[in-house]
Design a binder for this molecule. Structure first.
Ligand SMILES: [Zn+2]
Length: 430
C-alpha cells in the first residue's frame, strides 16, 4: 500500500487533515449530467488543450514563485510578483487589500454572484531559508513548492486558459492569493476578505490540498493561547523563597493535562497540546517569567469552548494553589493571551458546491473523499458561506519541512480539474 503510506505522509505534515471523519461521497446524477455536459462544451475542451500546452510555462512559474520567500507576515514580495503575473494574464481589475491579499476580479455576465477561489501566499519558513528549487530527475525539491505555491501557479494557469479559450461565466470570479493561512497567521487573509463586507462572496474554493480526490468540506476549529506567569525573579541561593513561575507552571500543566485528558476521552475528537515552553535566564536564577503556548482543537464548537474553559480554570487554580504557599515577596501574576482562533463548522454533503466537486472528481475517474481540515475554508464555513478546499494535484510530501518535494505527475489533469470546478460553480455563459 505504497499509495496509502504516501497519503499518510502528505496529510500528517500539512494543515490539510484527513485522518478522521473522511467519507466517500458519490455525486447525484443531476450533477454528473451537469458536469458531463459542461466538460463536452467546445470552450472547455479548448481550455483543456491550452492547459496541456501551457505545461512548461506552468512549471516555470511554479519555480519562479517558490524562489520568492514568503515567510509568515512577510508575503509582500511574492504578492507583488504574483499580482504582476495575473495582470499579464489579463484581468478586469486587481488590487492588494489592507491585509496584503492580492485580489483579482474577472467579471461575469452578471447574475450578481461572486465565486472566490484562493491559494495562500505564505509558507512556514523563515526569511533566511534556502528556497532554491533543486531538480533531481522528475522531482522538484524546495520548501513550499507544494504547500501552497503549486496552488498559486495552478490558479494562474486556470485564469490564462479561461482567457485564451474565451470562457465567460455567469458569476464574477474573484481570484485571491491570500496571506496568513499558516500557523500564527491565523487565517488573517481570508478573515479580512469576509470581514470587510464590501465583497459579497457567494461560494468559496480554496486550493490547498494534495490529491484531487480529497476535498475538505468541514472546518476543524482551533484556539491557541500564550499563557505567562510573572514573578519578581532573583538569585537561586540568595533570594531563595521568592515565588518561582516555572514551579507554578509545572503545576498548571499537570492540572490542565489531567482534567483535559478526562474531558476528551469521550465525544467528538478534541485535542490539546502544550507546544512551546519558555522563560528563565540562567540555571542559578529564579526566573521572572515563564510562558507556554497551547493549541486546542475540536470538530465540535461546543467541545472547543469546553476545553478552553478547562485550560483557563486549571491554570488559574494552579496559580492560586501555588501562591497560597508563597511566604516571601510578591505573589505570581497570570496573563492569558489568545494568539489564534480558527472557527469550526460542518456542511451538508448535498450542497451544490460539494456535489459539483464530487461530480468533477468522478469525471476524472476518481472517487471523492470529503474530510475535515483546518484551512481557509474554516472562515466561510463558519459564516454559512459554502466552501471547500480542493487539491493541487501532482505527487508530493514533507510539507512544512525543508525536505518538501513535488512531482508533476498528472499535473495538467489537476489544473483541468480546478478549471472545471471553478467554471461549474460560476456557470458557463452563452
Ligand atoms: Zn497550505
Amino acid at each position: 500500500m505504497k499509495k496509502f503510506i504516501l497519503f499518510t505522509i502528505i496529510f500528517l505534515t500539512t494543515s490539510f487533515l484527513h485522518a478522521q471523519n473522511e467519507k466517500n461521497i458519490s455525486a447525484q446524477s443531476f450533477y454528473k449530467k451537469e458536469i458531463d455536459k459542461l466538460s463536452s462544451s467546445a470552450k472547455i475542451q479548448k481550455a483543456f488543450e491550452i492547459i496541456q500546452e501551457l505545461e512548461p510555462t506552468s512549471m516555470k512559474e511554479l519555480i519562479e514563485l517558490t524562489q520568492i520567500p514568503a515567510p509568515p507576515f512577510q508575503e509582500q514580495k511574492r504578492a507583488e510578483y504574483f499580482k504582476k503575473m495575473l495582470e499579464e494574464a489579463g484581468i478586469d481589475s486587481i488590487w492588494i487589500d489592507q491585509a496584503g491579499n492580492v485580489l483579482a476580479l474577472r467579471k461575469g455576465k452578471g447574475n450578481g454572484k461572486t465565486v472566490l477561489i484562493d491559494a495562500h501566499l505564505d509558507t512556514v519558513f523563515p526569511l533566511e531559508t534556502d528556497v532554491t528549487v533543486k531538480i533531481k530527475g522528475d522531482t522538484l525539491f524546495a520548501p513550499g513548492i507544494g504547500d501552497d505555491t503549486r496552488a498559486l501557479s495552478m490558479m494562474l494557469t486556470v485564469l490564462k486558459a479561461m482567457n485564451k479559450a474565451s470562457i465567460s461565466t455567469e458569476s464574477d470570479i474573484l481570484f485571491a492569493a491570500t496571506v496568513g493561512e499558516e500557523g500564527l497567521g491565523d487565517l488573517r487573509g481570508i478573515k479580512n476578505i469576509f470581514k470587510t463586507g464590501a465583497l459579497k462572496i457567494n461560494t468559496h474554493i480554496a486550493i490547498d490540498g494534495g490529491d484531487i480526490n480529497r476535498i475538505v468540506t468541514n472546518g476543524l476549529g482551533s484556539i491557541r493561547y500564550k499563557i505567562t506567569f510573572n514573578g519578581p525573579g532573583g538569585h537561586s541561593w540568595g533570594a531563595f523563597g521568592l515565588a518561582n513561575p516555572h514551579h507554578a507552571m509545572g503545576k498548571a500543566i499537570d492540572y490542565f493535562s489531567t482534567a483535559a485528558s478526562d474531558y476528551v476521552s469521550s465525544g467528538p475528537k478534541t485535542t490539546f497540546n502544550v507546544g512551546r515552553i519558555g522563560g528563565g535566564t540562567s540555571v542559578n536564577s529564579i526566573p521572572f517569567e515563564t510562558w507556554i503556548e497551547v493549541d486546542l482543537r475540536s470538530l465540535s464548537p461546543e467541545k472547543l469552548i469546553g476545553i478552553e474553559k478547562i485550560l483557563l480554570d486549571q491554570t488559574s487554580r494552579a496559580l492560586n494553589d501555588y501562591n497560597a504557599g508563597v511566604k516571601t515577596g510578591v505573589k505570581l501574576s497570570l496573563n492569558f493571551e489568545k494568539i489564534g482562533e480558527r472557527p469550526s463548522g460542518v456542511q451538508r454533503e448535498d450542497l451544490p458546491l460539494i456535489q459539483r466537486a464530487a461530480a468533477v472528481i468522478e469525471f476524472f475517474n476518481g472517487k471523492a473523499f470529503a474530510g475535515t481540515g483546518s484551512t481557509n475554508s474554516n472562515t466561510p464555513i463558519s459564516l454559512g458561506v459554502p466552501s471547500i478546499t480542493i487539491g493541487r494535484g501532482g505527487k508530493g510530501a514533507n510539507a512544512h519541512s525543508l525536505n518538501e518535494w513535488w512531482i508533476n505527475e498528472k499535473g495538467a489533469e489537476a489544473i483541468k480539474f480546478g478549471l472545471l470546478m471553478l467554471v461549474s460553480e460560476a456557470g458557463l455563459a452563452k
